[in-house]
Design a protein around this ligand. Structure first.
Ligand code: SF4
Length: 346
């Protein structure tokens, strides 16, 4: 009997490192991060502001040069490709930014902005490019008149629609969405999220969706990765994370979400995340969360926990970086954490 082939990841990030040198010192923005994105899925990447998630997204699309580790995209290592060698890759790997105004050239009309991807990659005749641009404008819910305007003549939501149209113009297989709705009015956010979802259903593209807003990520993502101070601390299917977050940081993040949760999701005990995010220039020793963790043990200050696979209860396997889920005497002394949430109620 032939066993079914395991699907290949579309994106494989392995021990990726990105440090920023600043006058005040080195910011360890992304520190040995590893994860995969499968074809057609949405991986949500969440964490507090300043945890390194945007730097991670920008490093994956090579807007930042990685300092170490590797980025495998469609089975090719793109970590150190030259600008020229990256050009054909960019067709398949696109990004939508938080601020659409900053990402659109103010001196070009929308038609010129949307024609550019086709021109740069030599796709279609002039006539075909015009048709494709008109089709794109319509696909993102705008009128053909909008194509003659300049970015400043559009609203924030309309500009983000154009930025999304530009990103999907060449039918990429992966779109990195970096906080694409956080600069928009709340009333517009739902429209843009629904647009992204519809476009994904039509195209089958995968998304790496970066956001500090767990409700947004919860709506779109198939799996969620949680980032803290430059590291991934937990990665799991969405439902598993919603129903049974394991890492103490994930528990605190998720218990702070404004309801409503889906009716099938058990109510969680509340936990407040206390203290500020430590400086990424001087991250705490051992587990970086130990300065804010209600379950910190002596070992946590000394030894950094690895992101390892655990099976919790009856739900899917996931990876967690926490000593509570290793086989140490300290961990087994707190078995309640493995079967439910034991964060202090507030
Ligand atoms: Fe808390 Fe220790 Fe787990 Fe870090 S390793 S999250 S400090 S229990």
């Amino acid at each position: 009997m032939t066993l079914p082939m395991k699907p290949q990841p579309l994106l494989g990030v392995d021990r990726l490192v990105k440090y920023h040198a600043t006058p005040a010192g080195t910011v360890r923005a992304v520190d040995k991060v590893s994860f995969e994105v499968m074809p057609g899925e949405t991986l949500g990447l969440v964490g507090e502001s300043g945890c390194g998630k945007s730097t991670l997204g920008r490093t994956i699309v090579r807007l930042h040069e990685p300092d170490d580790g590797s980025i495998l995209f469609q089975s090719n290592d793109i970590s150190h490709l030259s600008r020229k060698a990256l050009r054909p890759v960019r067709r398949h790997l696109q990004m939508v930014f938080q601020d659409p105004f900053a990402s659109l050239n103010p001196r070009r009309t929308i038609r010129q902005i949307l024609t550019e991807p086709f021109s740069v990659h030599g796709v279609g005749s002039r006539r075909e490019q015009i048709d494709r641009v008109n089709e794109l404008v319509s696909r993102v819910g705008l009128h053909s008149d909008h194509a003659s305007r300049y970015p400043h003549e559009l609203s924030g939501g309309q500009r983000q629609r154009i930025a999304i149209a530009r990103a999907i113009a060449l039918e990429p297989s992966l779109v990195v969405c970096d906080e694409p709705v956080s600069a928009l009015d709340v009333s517009i956010q739902a429209q843009i999220i629904n647009l992204l979802r519809r476009l994904q259903e039509e195209s089958g593209a995968a998304y790496l969706f970066i956001s500090h807003d767990l409700s947004v990520v919860g709506y779109l993502a198939d799996r969620i990765a949680v980032m803290y101070l430059g590291e991934i601390v937990e990665i799991a299917p969405k439902r598993a994370l919603w129903t049974e977050p394991l890492h103490p940081y994930t528990q605190a993040l998720f218990s702070a979400i404004a309801e409503p949760l889906p009716p099938s999701v058990p109510r969680r005990k509340r936990s407040t995340l206390t203290g500020d995010l430590p400086s990424p220039m001087h991250p705490p020793s051992g587990c970086r969360f130990h300065t804010r963790c209600p379950f910190a043990m002596p070992k946590c200050r000394e030894v950094a926990p690895a992101l390892t696979e655990v099976q919790a209860g009856t739900i899917d396997a996931r990876r967690v970086a926490c000593h509570l889920y290793s086989d140490t005497p300290e961990a087994t002394a707190q078995p309640s954490l493995l079967s439910g949430l034991a964060l202090p109620a507030t």
